[in-house]
Design a protein around this ligand. Sequence first.
Ligand code: NAG
Ligand code: NAG
Ligand code: NAG
Length: 223
Amino acid sequence: MASNNILGLIGICVVAVLVTCDRDDTPEISLRKQVQTLQAALQSHIHQQDTKIAHLEKRIQGLEAENHELKHQNTLHKRRQQKRVSGLGEANYSVGFSAFLSKTTALGEHQIIVFDNATTNDGNGYDTRHGHFTAPIPGLYAFSATAMCYGSEAHLHVAIIKEGQKIAYIFANGNHYDNGSEFVVVQLQAGQMVWVEHTNDVTGVKINGDAYSTFSGFLIKPY
Ligand SMILES: *[C@@H]1O[C@H](CO)[C@@H](O)[C@H](O)[C@H]1NC(C)=O
Ligand SMILES: *[C@@H]1O[C@H](CO)[C@@H](O)[C@H](O)[C@H]1NC(C)=O
Ligand SMILES: *[C@@H]1O[C@H](CO)[C@@H](O)[C@H](O)[C@H]1NC(C)=O
């Protein structure tokens, strides 16, 4: 490429010298004319090369931008694939649990109710030891809780809690066997928690076990 250019340039110069030779000129004038023609030829050549370089620079910039975009797409694609491999793929990831309280429990003040037996726990969102559901991925979720009261002095007040905020109250009359339930739909970020908690300041209110009191939830749609 470079040697071709140089050969071309020499060609242009030789032609320029031949064309500008005039028999009537003195050697000095002839030489000056030749130098001027050579200068003009060189300038035109340099200008052409500059134009080419500018053009190439533009193309390189374009290719660099294209390359950058492709790399970005590739990273996104890889991330999506990794998610799929690890089971976090949006299309093939299920989150859903159903847990029940196995033993009738006398509740303490603001005690979290631990539904200790999970019959379903796809995605392992529900913790049967501490009673929290933790969203494994961001999305729209649904939860339902039912509490049955054993018939104690005080009424049973519990609530479905999202990140410390009460979003649904459940009541059951303590004077006789009673039950209450709620169903909620909530938006959760990954790592946010939902649980069921006794909301009264009193202690000793009983909540029924043997699967009469349950907590369930599932992912409606990932974000
Ligand atoms: C979905 O996930 C299950 C459990 O990990 C797996 O057995 C199944 O092959 C997956 N299906 C698709 C279509 O990826
Ligand atoms: C959960 O309940 C089922 C059905 O009653 C029972 O078979 C299972 O042993 C229980 N699991 C635990 C860990 O208590
Ligand atoms: C729930 O409470 C209602 C109203 O007291 C009662 O009719 C129903 O039988 C109760 N259900 C259960 C499973 O205890």
